[in-house]
Design a protein around this ligand. Structure first.
Ligand code: GLN
Length: 205
């Protein structure tokens, strides 16, 4: 059965994720459609969603106001796979502290029981790339692109660490939900998108 994958398009890195997801579907030979979604109605039709990088405070506020945050939370609690990238990983967490301004009262989905630091590696000008290994999901080498990226400083017992960079946690998983601090859609390597699509496919079929 064809799968329906959405990229939350309230703000942030939407088109790049649509392209990576289409490439991942093609490489896997899985039948599916990929669309940008923003309303509760659109989200309720999905089998899987990507919450892209961008600005988590903006994505949170706007999705709270238009009602999509509530629908998203329900769908994720019912097992829908999610790939949360950078701001998307922040959205999935239950607490967020900014490295400079401290605790931010921003709307979050509260799926990952973690402690997280926003802008953990510095500002936009401090962006960098580094090889990352995601051993637990068999991705030995991945080019991690970090842009005002968060890091996870503590994980609850139900959250699996997938990758670290310099002792800081930069990728995590809980059930069908994955979070990366770096941007897989900004590389040509679609291994992480393929891993996510396989989760969506098993969830649906
Ligand atoms: N620093 C941003 C935030 O806190 C995330 C940056 C990104 O998604 N590239 O929301």
């Amino acid at each position: 059965m064809s799968i329906s994958v959405g990229v939350l398009s309230i703000q942030g890195d939407v088109q790049e994720n649509i392209l990576s997801t289409k490439a991942a579907l093609a490489e896997l030979g899985i039948d599916g459609n990929v669309s940008d979604v923003r309303t509760p109605e659109e989200i309720s039709q999905l089998d899987g969603i990507i919450i892209p990088g961008g600005e988590s405070t903006t994505i949170g506020q706007l999705s709270l106001v238009n009602g999509s945050l509530k629908v998203l939370k329900e769908k994720i609690k019912n097992g829908m796979p999610v790939l949360g990238i950078c701001a998307g990983m922040i959205m999935l967490s239950n607490t967020a502290n900014d490295r400079v301004v401290g605790k931010t009262d921003q709307p979050l989905l509260g799926i990952f029981d973690i402690k997280l630091e926003r802008n953990s590696f510095g500002r936009q000008k401090d962006s960098f790339e580094s090889d990352i290994s995601l051993e637990p999901i068999n991705i030995q080498k991945f080019n991690g692109v970090f842009i005002r990226a968060p890091s996870v400083t503590e994980v609850g017992s139900d959250v699996q660490v997938l990758a670290k960079f310099n002792d800081r946690i930069v990728a995590i998983k809980k059930d069908n939900v994955i979070g990366t601090a770096f941007h897989p859609e900004l590389t040509d390597d679609v291994a992480i998108h393929k891993y996510f699509i396989n989760l969506v496919n098993s969830f649906k079929n």
